[in-house]
Design a binder for this molecule. Structure first.
Ligand code: ADP
Ligand code: MG
Length: 339
């Protein structure tokens, strides 16, 4: 059965694909504004795969169809260029009058989002294991001039898990980055991205401002996204929720809080990494190299802040809790907080 006639035909049990190389649609795995993702089976080989079926008639309702089609073609083109263990692999695509099918590897463990919701939050070692894989994937795509621009737990898929080796506890989750629908190829590392895209909760300040004030943004926007994902993994809450303040204002001023009970047992190293990633000015934000050498990632002790060295005698007085150096200690803690 050709699947290009009506929406009802793209559903479990239907087939699509060119004659001689057809795929059977299985259960639904997820959905977006104009697309649904299903498990599918390549009939020739029996391979279990996933397909993102984009309804072009719905896409039409979302705005300029030509613009949307260019985006889809760009998603396919970019995914074609990317082959990495941490990135959902595109196997092929097939177009009909009403549908666009993107056939991908099947990632069976669901979204990181659901994993976090199920567990309320992840332990630091679980989050670290995932964060390192995200750095690998993001490092790979950036080196090829691709910005993802929509990094969020819904677009990070769990490929598998196993119990962590002692002394770590919990699980090691293997993840893959999905959804290149908003990604962008930029030439030679230059900052040419100028459209406001992504999901509000995870937008970097420069992404918010790009249309109002002009300007552009680059790889740093993905590191903001990684900071927001790390925040959510550690505490199970969005850093910016638009509740006490408008979402745009919260993001523009990086007004998030790490004072709740969920943050009490989280290490200073983890908090410092989140702060370094959620810096408003992209120039000040941590880069890939900064992340890879950060104590939370390497497991090395946090260095003492450089700006206020304590003289040995002053440090002793601090420990004894007497005299003016107490003030210094307090300042030091404040400085450490604002690192
Ligand atoms: N390769 C895949 N394997 C398993 N599930 C997937 C795969 N790709 C997408 N999904 C599921 O479908 C959802 C929507 O896919 P996504 O590519 O993010 O589309 P959208 O652009 O509509 O957000 C994902 O959040 C995920 O739950
Ligand atoms: Mg998505």
């Amino acid at each position: 059965m050709a699947a290009d006639d009506a929406a009802a035909e793209v559903s479990p049990g239907a087939t699509f694909g060119p004659p001689g190389d057809e795929y059977e649609i299985g259960k639904q795995l997820g959905n977006g504004a104009a697309s649904r993702v299903f498990a599918c089976r390549r009939l020739n080989t029996n391979e279990q795969l996933a397909v993102k079926a984009v309804d072009l008639r719905r896409l039409c309702l979302l705005g300029d169809l030509q613009d949307q089609m260019t985006r889809l073609d760009s998603e396919v083109g970019i995914l074609h260029e990317l082959r990495h263990e941490r990135i959902v692999n595109l196997q092929g695509f097939y177009k009909t009058d009403n549908w666009y099918f993107l056939v991908m590897e099947l990632v069976g463990g669901g979204e990181l989002f659901d994993l976090i919701v199920r567990n309320k939050s992840l332990s630091e070692s679980e989050a670290r294991h995932i964060f390192l894989q995200l750095l690998e994937g993001v490092g790979y795509m950036h080196a090829r001039g691709v910005l993802h621009r929509d990094l969020k737990p819904e677009n990070i898929l769990v490929a598998g898990s196993r119990p962590a080796e002692p002394p770590e506890s919990g699980h090691n989750y293997d993840v893959k980055i999905a959804d290149f629908g908003l990604s962008k190829a930029i030439g030679g590392g230059a900052s040419l991205a100028r459209t406001r895209v992504g999901t509000p909760q995870y937008w970097a300040p420069e992404v918010l401002d790009v249309q109002k004030r002009g300007g552009s943004y680059d790889q740093a926007a993905d590191f903001w996204g990684l900071g927001a994902v790390l925040f959510v993994m550690l505490c199970g809450r969005y850093p910016f929720d638009g509740q006490k303040q408008a979402l745009d204002d919260q993001i523009r001023t990086a007004s998030y809080s790490m004072t709740g009970s969920r943050w009490r047992n989280i290490s200073e190293a983890a908090k410092s990494l989140v702060r370094g990633l959620l810096r408003v000015n992209p120039v000040d934000r941590l880069s890939l190299d900064d992340c890879l050498s950060h104590p939370w990632v390497t497991g090395e002790p946090m260095p003492l802040p450089k700006r206020l060295p304590l003289k040995p005698a002053a440090a002793w007085l601090c420990l004894l809790n007497v005299g003016p150096p107490r003030e210094s200690l307090k300042t030091r803690v404040l400085l450490q907080k604002s690192l």
